[in-house]
Design a protein around this ligand. Structure first.
Ligand SMILES: [Zn+2]
Length: 163
């Protein structure tokens, strides 16, 4: 299944392309944390600008992503309402848009999926607060005296074992 455009056949007013690509084109390796749950829908105007194909329109697809915190899958919809892209034309050869559309919609997925930011049915992440905040988070850095005395605790444990 592909979406091939021949640059020589693109009229001056552009070529309207509307349809879907099967969700299998969005397939990712089994180990990946994202899975397409719908076809990739496109509604594009394709124009030719000398040596480039210009795409403009909409792209959308639904995914299941694995939350980075609770590791559960959650639904995420990607809607690119103002999608735009240009693809270089080489020797007037036909261009398969599938790869470009696939990559662009996958790039729109969150890089750090979190179920509470899901845009289909957001929820409170069940793992919220279960882990320490990452050092680069926006939380204020704890003052020195607030930090647990790790070495002191270790010493106490060592003493307990000795006794
Ligand atoms: Zn979660």
């Amino acid at each position: 299944m592909s979406l091939i455009v021949d640059p020589r056949n693109v009229p001056a007013e552009g070529l309207q392309l509307t349809g879907t690509l099967p969700k299998s084109v969005l397939d990712l390796p089994e180990t990946d944390i994202a899975r397409a749950t719908s076809p990739l829908e496109y509604d594009l105007l394709v124009m030719r600008d000398t040596n480039d194909l210009i795409l403009a329109g909409k792209l959308s697809a639904s995914f299941e992503l694995q939350c980075g915190r609770c590791t559960e899958m959650y639904a995420q919809r990607v809607d690119l309402e103002h999608y735009g892209q240009s693809i270089e034309i080489e020797n007037d050869s036909p261009i398969d848009l599938t790869t470009t559309l696939r990559e662009d919609i996958l790039l729109a997925l969150p890089t750090q999926p979190r179920c509470e930011t899901g845009n289909v049915s957001p929820r409170e992440c069940p793992a919220e607060g279960r882990f320490e905040l990452a050092p680069d988070s926006a939380e204020p850095v704890p003052q020195e005296q607030d930090r647990p005395d790790v070495w002191g605790t270790l010493d106490q444990l060592t003493n307990l074992k000795r006794n």
